[in-house]
Write a protein that binds this ligand. Structure first.
Ligand code: ZN
Length: 213
């Protein structure tokens, strides 16, 4: 959603929903955990009134525990925060689950998967950043692919593995092969006039490699 037209959210939502995209990935940035500032719970609440498609809030913020309730109240079905933002994510992951919201943990490209492993049992979703967080339109870092394989090995099929950053026609198949099943696409959808066609290209590449691999 970082790449969408914020001047006309209603039309954007209509375009996204008619493209059949299954999930809104909402990048929340606080200008502290990451240098940029994006939008917060208030904008998400307004979006919530426009669509029934599930929301995954990706909190790139320094103190996720402090704002958790706001994002739950805004109507997010999944809430993902960064391992790098908290000393121990266990309690917060449990608090998210307790509210019947999908609990997500995100890790930056430089964070090893081993750092997340002790907490995977409390996670419903692991978000593997394939660019450094904070900006849209960056190039995919292929060194993160083994993390997806390892997470799948450790946590099995129950864990949703999501990949975020530089997901495009050339990279999505690699991610699918490595075990990811949620592909966060920004530029590779929003830079095209026809979102449905762009999503169709991505989806065919993911399926093709998945079945070939
Ligand atoms: Zn994100």
């Amino acid at each position: 959603m970082l790449k969408c037209d914020f001047g006309d959210l209603k039309s954007e939502v209509e375009r996204i929903d008619s493209a059949g995209l299954p999930l809104y990935h909402l990048d929340v940035m606080d200008g502290n955990f990451v240098p940029n500032l994006s939008y917060g719970a208030m904008v998400i609440e307004r979006l919530r009134a426009l669509t029934s498609t599930p929301f995954d809030a990706h909190l790139m913020i320094s103190d996720p525990a402090k704002y958790l309730d706001e994002y739950i109240k805004a109507g997010c079905e999944a809430i993902t925060f960064h391992l790098e933002a908290v000393p121990d994510p266990t309690e917060l992951l449990q608090a998210i689950r307790k509210q019947d919201v999908v609990s997500g943990l995100a890790i930056n490209p430089d964070t090893p998967i081993e750092a997340a492993e002790p907490y995977l049992e409390y996670c419903d979703l692991l978000l593997i950043m394939s660019v450094n967080p904070g900006f849209g339109g960056q190039k995919f870092i292929p060194e993160v692919l083994p993390k997806m394989r390892r997470a799948r090995e450790v946590a099995g099929d129950r864990l949703l593995i999501s990949v975020d950053g530089g997901v495009a026609a050339e990279t999505i198949g690699l991610c699918a092969e490595a075990g990811a099943e949620i592909f966060v696409a920004g530029s590779s959808i929003f830079d095209h006039d026809d979102y449905k066609a762009a999503a169709g290209i991505l989806s065919s590449k993911a399926t093709h490699c998945g079945s070939a691999g």
